[in-house]
Write a protein that binds this ligand. Structure first.
Ligand code: NBP
Length: 483
């Protein structure tokens, strides 16, 4: 029902930015019994929403920002769902000018977390609450229940949390929404979530490529393999939709759709942001980085065209035991996925320490179990691991994952070595295995790196048998001094 705006301030929430995400979230609020004030820069989108879905709940149609703000109950709560970057800043400024101290502005777009830190600080000075909320689940999730990661002042969550929790996905009666932490923490964890999503998709892509290139399976047969995998530990939204995509036939040619899609992956930027942030924090997120680079390489179409036909060297014979190799790939996928999540959670811990956010990894695993793109059975295991030991040094060290990798390790090595001998690229499988081997190594070649650094730059080194920093007089008599 459309409520006349002359009835005064009665909406519990306002949504501005009514493109695909904003309109679906507005409908989700209305379907849960909340009165929603609607606003969009161009009125056509507001009218289209009311025309097509006005019967789903109570909407207040507004045209100007002043009218929009005036339609809201106090403390006013406005969710911004516009394009990230300058448009978000413009809308925040307009809203802030029309709102009052104590009101809450929520940015549900994909903002860079450092922008959110800046915006929160500036609005706090003006007495307004600013909540940077990561929202995952795409358009379907926005309508039927996303995973929501709100960061910002804890006190604003009292007025906002119940509203957000009511529209979030629910798993075992628990909403996939919780207060994440201060200022940019919500957008930070959403960014890492997206980075993990990149790694997950790349690993699934490598498994698909191996099943096709090493075993000669067609798209339909690979779809069957993914469907079977989805019945076990790998059960997840991404594995489920992989089977659906692979099974889709192209209407024009009758071929599997995947075979007529150009093999150049695009990216919008959150994977790249995750890797840049990980570099700044000094956290190795090799799985995510390989996924971002793999998309970039796939998109270098001219370079790839020029390189076709380059020498492969002598290639090995393809595996003869298809069932065994398929199981090996499943195990390699699972183990590499554990590494990708372990690295993502390491980045979250490093971000939490850097910005003093006091983030709780078990809470994140809980709210990622439903609604979002990386939702998976696996996240219950991650939640259990962090519930048991909140200061786990690495997810890989949790007993469940340690055992899972021990079961998978031989398969994992066979997959990486076979792929290499067959000339099939597996950057994320291989780098995840190398990460695992490096993590468990008693000695790393970093000792030599330190020696080289001391040689050319007098950067000093530590000794295994004494405290302190040392330097060898490389251009002198090569004796050692303590510094
Ligand atoms: P878009 O990112 O395509 O943004 C379109 C909306 O922004 C329209 O309402 C448009 O108004 C408004 N807008 C623009 Br563009 N510039 C504006 C300005 N200067 N002032 C006021 N409004 C302006 O929409 P979306 O795909 O629905 O995504 C919304 C947000 O949600 C984005 O930040 C996105 O990154 C994030 N997100 C998207 C997904 C997804 O799956 N699509 C998932 C999770 C998060 P107009 O109608 O007048 O042009």
């Amino acid at each position: 029902m459309t409520i006349d705006n002359t009835e005064g301030a009665r909406a519990q929430i306002g949504v501005t930015g009514l493109a695909v995400m904003g309109s679906n979230i507005a409908r989700n609020f209305a379907r849960h019994g909340h009165t929603v004030a609607l606003h969009n820069r161009s009125i056509a989108k507001t009218d289209a929403l009311i025309e097509e879905h006005g019967s789903e709940g109570d909407f207040v149609r507004t045209e100007t920002i002043e009218e929009f703000v005036g339609a809201l109950q106090k403390p006013r709560r406005v969710l911004i769902m516009v394009k990230a970057g300058a448009p978000t800043d413009a809308v925040i400024e307009e809203l802030a000018a029309a709102m009052e101290p104590g009101d809450i502005i929520i940015d549900g777009g994909n903002a860079l977390y450092t922008d959110t830190i800046r915006r929160e600080a500036s609005l706090r000075e003006r007495g307004l609450h600013f909540v940077g909320a990561g929202i995952s689940g795409g358009e379907e999730g926005a309508l039927n229940g996303p995973s929501i990661m709100p960061g910002g002042p804890k006190e604003s969550y009292a007025a906002l949390g119940p509203l957000l929790e009511s529209i979030a996905a629910q798993v075992d009666g628990t909403p996939c929404c919780t207060h994440i932490g201060p200022d940019g923490s919500g957008h930070f964890v959403k960014m890492v979530h997206n980075g993990i999503e990149y790694a997950d998709m790349q690993l699934i892509g490598e498994a698909y490529n191996l099943l096709g290139s090493a075993l000669g399976y067609d798209a339909g047969k690979i779809a069957d393999v993914f469907t079977e995998w989805n019945g076990g530990d790998l059960e997840s939204y991404l594995v489920e939709i992989t089977a659906e995509v692979l099974r889709q036939k192209d209407a024009k040619t009758g071929k599997p759709l995947v075979d007529v899609i150009v093999d150049a992956a695009e990216q919008k930027g959150t994977g790249r942001w995750t890797v840049k942030s990980a570099l700044d924090l000094g956290v190795p997120v090799t799985g995510i980085a390989e996924a971002v680079f793999a998309r970039a390489l796939s998109g270098s179409r001219e370079q790839r065209k020029a390189a076709v036909g380059l020498a492969s060297g002598v290639l090995a014979d393809k595996p003869t035991d298809a069932a065994q190799f398929t199981e090996d790939i499943r195990q390699a996928l699972y183990a590499s996925k554990v590494v990708a999540y372990a690295q993502g959670f390491d980045q979250i811990a490093a971000g939490s320490a850097e910005y003093d956010w006091d983030l709780h990894p078990a809470d994140l695993a809980t709210i990622w179990r439903g609604g979002c793109i990386i939702r998976a059975r696996f996240l219950n295991r991650i939640k259990d691991a962090y519930d048991e030991n909140p200061t786990l040094p690495s997810l890989i060290l949790a007993p469940y994952f340690r055992d899972a990798i021990e079961t998978a390790i031989d398969s994992w090595r066979r997959v990486v070595s076979t792929a290499t001998l067959l000339g099939i690229p597996v950057p994320a499988f291989a780098s995840s295995l190398s990460y695992y081997d490096a993590l468990r190594a008693e000695r790393l070649p970093a000792a030599l790196t330190q020696g080289q650094r001391d040689f050319f730059g007098a950067h000093t080194y530590e000794r295994v048998d004494a405290e302190g920093k040392f330097h060898t007089l490389w251009s002198g008599d090569r004796s050692e001094v303590q510094v």
